[in-house]
Design a protein around this ligand. Structure first.
Ligand code: HEC
Ligand code: HEC
Length: 343
């Protein structure tokens, strides 16, 4: 058969329509997954947030599906086809410059998002996400509603947990700084309050702690730990002023374990995020030491009884001498004799 221009055109069209039928029409006609167990429809606000998400190219940096190989990144749930019912078009994204957002709902309360969307570096000083302040507060609220819906019913459960704790946290904050700190510490399990920091505040530990602090915490708690970070005006309750902790050093309670617990788990209902996925254990102890030594002006590091120890490290003593002037109300836990034997 002779190849004529007409035959060429017909052949090309046939090839095109054949691939169109297999790759587009067949799936469109047959793939109608049932809604998954966590699926729910979006509200009109959440739909409007989705439009902003598409318009502003959020998907160039964020994906919206979790794969099996994401378990070690702290994935909550694997994506299912039924999660995306009635989302047209469903913008999944393939780039993961930022974290996957398919389960972002309820991870942070709304005030965290307000600060973060206004300028991501307010809450995460090292962030490379662009600032969305130019969108204005009402669009930022729509984007927040959209993010809070990611994860469907699972996200709703996390949000109701945030809301359950928000009221008592705000009430405690309204009662004044000391009552607030008492309330915060009442939520920390006793075992953690009875545990000093097992690591020594040696110069290298403090230098590591300072790096963690400036990279992760300074946006909220401020470069000097007074709670006056750039995110503070957007948050309620505001970030804690660490220097106030000095008034709460009481017998049988240690600073190290309390700091570790709060940093690891965050404070649900407030903007204080959990760091258990971002920081290894040693970094949490280091930043606890840094906060204790530089902002509270007191450390119980290396005192007995010690908690989770650094099992095979050589013996050391606490090189940090707390300032002489402790507030009258605070009685310090007695210093333990220096350890001499290796553990
Ligand atoms: C240039 C890449 C980039 C773009 C564009 C971008 N992001 Fe991000 N996003 C990031 C990075 C990186 C992070 C992690 C650091 C941080 O939290 O700021 C992040 C974090 C986030 C988080 C916090 C997730 C969590 O739970 O910690 C949310 C929510 C978010 N982005 C939403 C959005 C939305 C909505 C848009 C579009 C309006 C957007 N991002 C556009 C890069 C980007
Ligand atoms: C997005 C803002 C934000 C970031 C980032 C943040 N915090 Fe917080 N943090 C808060 C808020 C808000 C509170 C106070 C909650 C309250 O008063 O109910 C708080 C409370 C705390 C507490 C509780 C103290 C106590 O006595 O119970 C500790 C400890 C703490 N933050 C340490 C840190 C450390 C260390 C980092 C960095 C690794 C950090 N925070 C990062 C907002 C933040």
């Amino acid at each position: 058969m002779k190849v004529t221009p007409a035959l060429l055109v017909i052949g090309a069209l046939l090839t095109f329509w054949a691939s169109m039928a297999i790759m587009v029409l067949l799936p469109a006609a047959t793939m109608h997954p049932a809604p998954s167990s966590t699926w729910r429809p979006w509200s009109s606000e959440e739909e409007a947030g989705n439009t902003l998400y598409v318009q502003n190219g959020c998907s160039y940096c964020h994906s919206r599906y979790i794969r099996t190989n994401d378990w070690d990144l702290g994935a909550e749930r694997l994506a299912e086809p039924g999660d995306y019912v009635a989302q047209e078009p469903s913008i999944l994204g393939t780039e993961r410059t930022g974290p996957d957002l398919s389960q972002a709902g309820g991870e942070h309360p709304d005030d965290w998002h307000l600060a973060h969307f206004t300028n991501p570096r307010y809450t995460r000083p090292q962030s490379l996400m662009p600032a969305w302040k130019f969108l204005g507060e009402s669009d930022i609220r729509l984007l927040t509603a959209y993010v809070q819906a990611q994860g469907g019913r699972d996200a709703d459960t996390r949000i109701s947990r945030q809301q359950r704790w928000r009221t008592p946290a705000q009430e405690a904050y309204a009662r004044g700084p000391d009552k607030n700190i008492e309330w915060l510490h009442d939520q920390v399990p006793h075992g953690w309050l009875a545990m000093p920091n097992p690591y020594p505040p040696l110069p290298a530990d403090l230098a590591r702690g300072e790096k963690v602090y400036q990279d992760q915490c300074a946006g909220c708690h401020g470069p000097i730990g007074d709670g006056q970070g750039l995110a503070a005006p957007y948050l309620n309750p505001v970030p804690l002023n660490f220097t106030l902790l000095r008034r709460h050093l009481t017998d049988g309670r240690y600073l190290g374990g309390m700091l570790y617990y709060q940093i690891m788990n965050g404070i649900t209902g407030t903007a204080m995020p959990y760091f258990k996925r971002d920081l290894e254990s040693e970094k949490i102890w280091d930043v606890s030491n840094y906060v204790a030594v530089y902002f509270v002006g007191y450390t119980d590091a290396t005192m007995e009884p010690r908690g989770i120890g650094a099992a095979y490290e050589p013996a050391w003593t606490n090189p940090y001498t707390p300032p002489q002037t402790q507030p009258a109300a605070a009685s310090q836990p007695a210093a333990a004799p220096a350890r001499t034997e290796p553990r």
